[in-house]
Design a protein around this ligand. Structure first.
Ligand code: HEC
Ligand code: HEC
Length: 328
């Protein structure tokens, strides 16, 4: 549960159920003649045309690849993924053993359209294109082509719908909408200009926390600090604390693969396996430090902890010496 307000009994089951439907549809895709069930390694026989930003294939339809800046295998690019499922011209899912990226089911689109009209269109336009009916620009940016993961991230972290439009940075807050509603919105927005990344589902069973810690120091600590406690950045923005346990594994992948606001997008330089390592570290040791060997002392680290032990230990001995001296 990301926030207490969202843990309804229903939404707990709708998300796994939706995924199950996606998986079942994906397995059926293998039996449909002509549908490319994502064989890896070989040239895409169904590929029809490619432009700088779009790839059109018979099996997957037209997909905006704006967000994919690399050709690294399994780094968020559906066309380089070791498993990819398309059905009737729709990209259903893709990814690797470390992360599955899945688009919300088509059946979510109409609910998402209604919800968008009620909650988002005032700031993003009726067509989510950043244009008001009178042709002027809306307060919020164009959302077409951002991919389902971007919408799911901004809604599930409570950043959207925005409350303070003058804020430099939309802050994380308890989400007003359920996880299902976030996926419905993602389904509709994505249907306007199908794009990647789709919503990620990380598989952390084989992820390596220690490797993740090293990658975190290298790629994330500059802004979020080595402890992950967050820090102020330039121009009144800040990198939020990742010790916050309501930041879910899925949101950590979404942040890395979409690059919200001032955060860079990590697509080419980190493979799915490396992303999963970082996620397992963030949702593991970083959010749940076991403070081995003693109290946390505010998580200032082992050196300072040793120093405090020295101070109390030696200080205590000095006091005992004085006490013995007094007596004699
Ligand atoms: C009060 C105005 C307002 C409302 C309502 C609103 N937004 Fe936004 N939205 C913004 C602004 C302003 C930004 C840019 C914020 C920033 O960059 O920090 C934004 C940014 C976004 C982004 C990030 C876009 C990107 O390319 O990074 C997404 C996604 C988004 N909004 C989705 C939604 C959805 C979905 C809803 C409805 C649930 C919604 N917004 C409601 C004003 C609004
Ligand atoms: C250049 C600075 C910078 C770097 C490097 C950076 N981030 Fe961020 N990160 C940010 C900022 C700024 C935000 C807040 C964006 C917003 O509010 O829209 C953020 C937000 C996040 C969030 C969302 C947290 C929340 O409370 O919703 C996560 C998760 C995250 N970052 C993880 C990472 C990880 C993991 C890495 C390393 C792979 C990383 N970041 C690297 C600046 C950075």
């Amino acid at each position: 549960m990301r926030t207490p307000t969202r843990g309804t009994f229903k939404s707990q089951f709708l998300l796994p159920a939706g995924l199950l439907v996606v998986a079942v549809m994906a397995s059926f895709a293998m039996f449909i003649p002509g549908a490319d069930a994502g064989a890896s390694g070989r040239a895409d026989a169904t590929q029809v045309s490619t432009s700088a930003t779009h790839v059109t294939t018979r099996a997957c339809g037209t997909i905006n690849l704006k967000g994919v800046t690399n050709s690294t295998r399994n780094a968020g690019n559906p066309f380089n993924s070791s498993n990819r499922f398309c059905l009737n011209g729709h990209l259903i899912s893709y990814g690797s053993r470390a992360i599955t990226y899945a688009n919300p089911p088509q059946s979510f689109i109409s609910a998402g359209q209604l919800l968008f009209a009620q909650t988002c269109s005032s700031c993003h336009g009726n067509d989510a294109n950043g244009v008001n009916p009178d042709g002027t620009a809306t307060i919020g940016p164009n959302l077409q082509g951002v991919g389902a993961a971007t919408v799911d991230f901004w809604v599930s972290t409570g950043r959207m719908p925005a409350t303070d439009v003058k804020a430099v940075e939309a802050e994380r807050k308890a989400s007003r909408l359920t996880p299902l509603q976030a996926l419905e919105l993602a389904a509709w927005v994505n249907s306007l200009d199908p794009s990647v990344p789709a919503v990620p589902y990380p598989h952390l069973a084989t992820a390596d926390q220690s490797a993740g810690q090293d990658l975190f120091s290298l790629n994330c600590a500059a802004c979020h600090t080595i402890e992950g406690s967050g820090d102020a950045l330039a121009f009144g923005t800040n990198a939020p604390s990742l010790q916050n346990r309501s930041v879910t594994a899925q949101q950590v992948v979404e942040a890395m693969r979409t690059g919200p606001a001032n955060m860079p997008r990590f697509s080419g330089n980190l493979t799915d396996a490396q992303v999963a390592d970082i996620v397992s570290y963030v949702t593991g040791r970083l959010q749940h430090p076991d403070n081995a060997g003693g109290v946390g002392l505010g998580g200032v680290g082992p050196v300072a902890e040793g120093f405090v032990a020295l101070l109390i230990g030696v200080g205590g001995l000095v006091l005992i010496c004085f006490w013995i001296g007094e007596r004699s």
